[in-house]
Design a protein around this ligand. Structure first.
Ligand SMILES: Nc1nc2c(ncn2[C@@H]2O[C@H](COP(=O)(O)OP(=O)(O)O)[C@@H](O)[C@H]2O)c(=O)[nH]1
Ligand SMILES: [Mg+2]
Length: 234
């Protein structure tokens, strides 16, 4: 990693302390029925920002990809000028799965980066609990659209700056300012090729969602003064 920034804080933890590995299918250790929850997260960002790489780094199943070789047909349409080694492109979406704990399985959906596929975003983002917006500081403005999209739909998101060799050096504060993000949106620098760093991103999104849920349930809980006015149960 050529960024001067330290890796994102390691103190965050998933509900179980760490990501559990997928259960062995032939090993029965606990027959107690568990309630398992699945959550859909979207990985968004501009063309070539590292969405396919991120999903592939962390998925425990071979990620389902719909990649096509970049051909002459896309020349002049897809901007590959800043993407040295890119030879394929996601024409529909990436899909991956990660088991966070026996109770929580995440499904990751990557959006197609090219703006000509933006009509697919609503379908891909339907039912998503949260999003990871990947940023490439060499093409910073490509992240404006994704930030607007999730803000306008009220879908919580975290921002992960993918660090490429030669990326301009930035601080989280500069990214936050450049994207006009409130302090509540986590911003971190990562390498999408690093499974550990991608896990930190996902854990921070889970934390954010849990904070939102806690805030909401506090807001909807009756206040002490209201409890005092409630009729006593007989
Ligand atoms: N060095 C480095 N290269 C990366 C990283 N993430 C993605 N890439 C490369 O950048 C190019 C674009 O990544 P890709 O995942 O296809 O981008 P997408 O269009 O957002 O899905 C590919 O050649 C990747 O190998 C990273 O963290 N570090
Ligand atoms: Mg892709």
């Amino acid at each position: 990693m050529n960024s001067p920034h330290p890796p994102p804080p390691a103190h965050r933890s998933s509900p179980r302390g760490e990501f559990a590995s997928a259960p062995e299918t032939n090993q029965v250790t606990d027959v107690t029925p568990r309630r398992s929850t699945s959550a859909k997260f979207v990985v968004a960002g501009g063309f070539g920002v590292g969405k396919t790489t991120l999903v592939g780094s962390v998925s425990e199943i071979p990620p389902l990809r719909t990649e096509e070789a970049l051909t002459n047909a896309a020349s002049g349409i897809d901007d590959v000028s800043k993407i040295d080694s890119k030879t394929s492109t996601t024409v529909a979406m990436d899909f991956g799965r990660i088991t966070v704990s026996p109770e929580l399985v995440l499904y990751l959906f990557g959006t197609p980066g090219q703006t000509r596929f933006s009509f697919m975003w609503d379908r891909i983002c339907d039912g998503a609990l949260g999003a990871v917006i990947l940023v490439d500081t060499r093409r910073f403005e490509d992240s404006f659209g994704p930030v607007d999209y999730f803000e306008s739909r009220g879908i919580p998101f975290v921002v992960a700056v993918n660090t490429f060799p030669g990326s301009p050096l930035t601080t989280p504060a500069e990214i936050r300012e450049g994207l006009s993000l409130p302090a509540s949106v986590p911003v971190m620098h990562i390498e999408a090729t690093s499974r550990e760093q991608v896990k930190v991103v996902l854990v921070s999104l889970i934390d954010l969602l849990m904070q939102r849920m806690a805030t909401r349930s506090r807001a909807s809980a009756p206040r002490r003064s209201e409890l005092g006015r409630m009729p006593a149960a007989h």
